[in-house]
Design a protein around this ligand. Structure first.
Ligand SMILES: NC(=O)c1ccc[n+]([C@@H]2O[C@H](COP(=O)([O-])OP(=O)(O)OC[C@H]3O[C@@H](n4cnc5c(N)ncnc54)[C@H](O)[C@@H]3O)[C@@H](O)[C@H]2O)c1
Length: 305
């Protein structure tokens, strides 16, 4: 089965390097014209150059994602350069890890601004474009891909702002999939794992990232067990979600990395009891022991029970 995105136009934010760059190149290889956003002009241009060298179509949109203006610039570039927009991949992100009691306001704000406000402003601008008539491509549905994280799904020590932002991104996915279903717009979150510069700061992964950057083979334990491969291993999920079959899927958080592909659950009540007239602290204490405790939930990456 060949997936052709010929005639389609995608915006990919944070596409100067890492996963965004791999997604932009893969979408272009499948036939889409791609607007390559990054806050760094040189690396945005280098992705554009590679796409064009491989026979594809691309244009840069240099801006720091997180504001309405940056989101508008990306969509304006798509419409001006290629006449329309079919999909938005809100991928741009930064890490500023610190244990809670050492986390600074500045780092918290930067991470929330880039990931959560970035997803919000890009998703809102895309929704406004997809819902309006008049412009070419508008009113015909569309695709929104957000990028969440295992840290956002499970929690991760040292990642206060990041896990909050990425949990927020999963929440946006659920809410927007409902709000936009009647407009024919699919909204899904990619939950990637990849040996990129972003994870090089995580203790124990620096050597693996350098090896992956050199093109050295990635040990099977990393690829199979931890889902840590290259950024290119993540990109096929974006191409699939842009395809005719993928556009039918909405409201999902889909994990990909190395040799792993997974579907995440959404939170739901796992134990429920009632107490006529409401609960006292004492009756909660009894119910905790009899009904809830057995269902208490684990937290953390790699922890299942
Ligand atoms: N690598 C992983 O294992 C992993 C895991 C979970 C989630 N993610 C998410 O995947 C996305 C891409 O991460 P990556 O690993 O490729 O990181 P990366 O650091 O390799 O690439 C991030 C890119 O985003 C750009 N960027 C940063 N802030 C920006 C802004 N405000 N506006 C525009 N561009 C900006 C950077 O310049 C860079 O090119 C991020 O949202 C990240 O949180 C990555």
């Amino acid at each position: 089965m060949t997936i052709s995105l010929n005639g389609q136009v995608y915006v990919v934010t944070g596409a100067g390097r890492g996963i965004g760059r791999a997604i932009a190149i893969a979408l272009a290889a499948a036939g889409a014209a791609v607007v390559v956003n990054d806050l760094q002009a040189d690396i945005a241009q280098s992705t554009v150059d590679q796409i064009i060298a491989e026979g594809g179509q691309a244009a840069p949109a240099v801006a720091a994602i997180g504001t309405a203006q940056a989101a508008a610039l990306c969509i304006d570039t798509a419409v001006t350069e290629f006449g329309r927009m079919d999909g938005m991949v809100a991928n741009a992100g930064v890490l500023r890890d610190a244990i809670l009691w050492k986390a600074t306001d500045e780092d918290f704000d930067l991470v929330i601004h880039t990931h959560l406000r970035g997803a919000f402003t890009c998703g809102r601008a895309a929704a406004q474009y997809f819902r309006q008539g008049g412009l070419r491509g508008a009113g015909q549905g569309g695709v929104v891909m957000l990028v969440s994280s295992v840290a956002g799904q499970r929690g991760n020590p040292g990642q206060t702002a990041y896990s909050a932002a990425k949990a927020g991104v999963a929440a946006l996915t659920r809410t927007w999939s409902m709000e936009l279903s009647r407009s024919g717009v699919s909204v899904n979150a990619i939950v990637p794992t990849a040996l990129t510069r972003m994870v090089a700061t995580i203790p124990g992964l620096e050597d693996a990232v350098q090896a992956a950057e050199r093109g050295a083979p990635i040990p099977e334990r990393l690829r199979h067990d931890l889902g840590l491969g290259t950024a290119q291993d993540v990109a096929p999920l974006a191409v699939f979600l842009a395809s005719e079959q993928g556009r039918e899927i909405t409201g999902q958080c889909i994990g990909i990395g190395g040799d792993r592909l997974s579907l995440w659950s959404h939170p739901q009540e796992v134990a429920l009891c009632h107490h006529a007239g409401g609960w006292s602290a004492q009756s909660i204490a009894r119910a905790w022991t009899t009904d809830l405790a057995a269902q208490r939930q684990s937290v953390g990456i790699g922890t299942k029970t």
